[in-house]
Design a protein around this ligand. Structure first.
Ligand code: TZP
Ligand code: MG
Length: 214
């Protein structure tokens, strides 16, 4: 996997926005996000057929813009609808088991909050790790203590060139520091999903991320 695909990694569930989630996603895609994850959990989350239909529509949109479509946790759904990969947390199905069920070409990511989890993810063959929460976040109810840019830097030192995306409370102004601390990109929910202008916001993220990579 090319690390640059992580530059602007947008994540969205239907309860992360007051607007129509499909409109928010389309705007984010127009703005230039590089990777997308459907993360449907928490209050009012869609389940069953409704979740599947939403996933199918989101996949369709992502593919119109040539952006890979990943699903959080739900490997069965990802297999059923032909997603491009999955992202799993530390509390989900063991990674090695997840990997054995997924097609070889899939992008498979794992969350890591500390060096031990990051090293294990690398050994197990993760394509990338989502490192965080870096800053405080209201989006994830069971989020751990923020690890800051120092926590990210320590993890980068341990995992060599394993692709890393930073996550948790990230705003535009954080990109420079996060790239410097070793992130290949930033993963964002709120800064785009609750923006009044998701397209413009996504575009700014892309512009900053791109600039930082040169
Ligand atoms: N994992 C760690 S923090 C987080 C997840 C899914 C939430 C990130 O959302 P936001 O709104 O960008 O802080
Ligand atoms: Mg999970």
């Amino acid at each position: 996997m090319k690390p640059s695909i992580l530059q602007v990694y947008f994540i969205l569930g239907t309860n992360n926005t007051e607007q129509d989630p499909l409109e928010v996603l389309e705007e984010a895609l127009q703005g230039g996000v590089s990777l997308f994850q459907f993360r449907e959990k928490g209050k009012g989350a869609l389940i069953g057929e409704e979740k599947k239909q939403m996933a199918l529509k989101m996949k369709g949109l992502c593919h119109q813009y040539d952006v890979p479509f990943l699903i959080n946790d739900d490997i069965d759904l990802a297999l059923e609808i032909g997603a491009d990969g999955v992202h799993v947390g530390q509390e989900d199905e063991p990674f090695v088991q997840v990997k054995s069920r997924c097609p070889d070409h899939w992008i498979i990511g794992v969350s890591a909050t500390n060096e031990k989890e990051a090293i294990k993810a690398k050994e197990d063959g993760a394509d990338y790790i989502g490192v965080g929460p870096i800053y405080g976040t209201n989006t994830k109810e069971d989020a751990k203590q923020p690890i800051g840019e120092n926590g990210l830097r320590n993890i980068r030192e341990q995992v060599g060139d394993l692709p890393i995306v930073a996550i948790g409370g990230i705003k535009l102004g954080h990109i420079f520091g996060l790239r410097k601390a070793g992130a290949d990109g930033v993963s964002i929910i709120t800064a785009i999903s609750r923006s009044k202008k998701p397209k413009e916001m996504a575009h700014l993220f892309r512009k900053f991320a791109h600039y930082q990579s040169n």
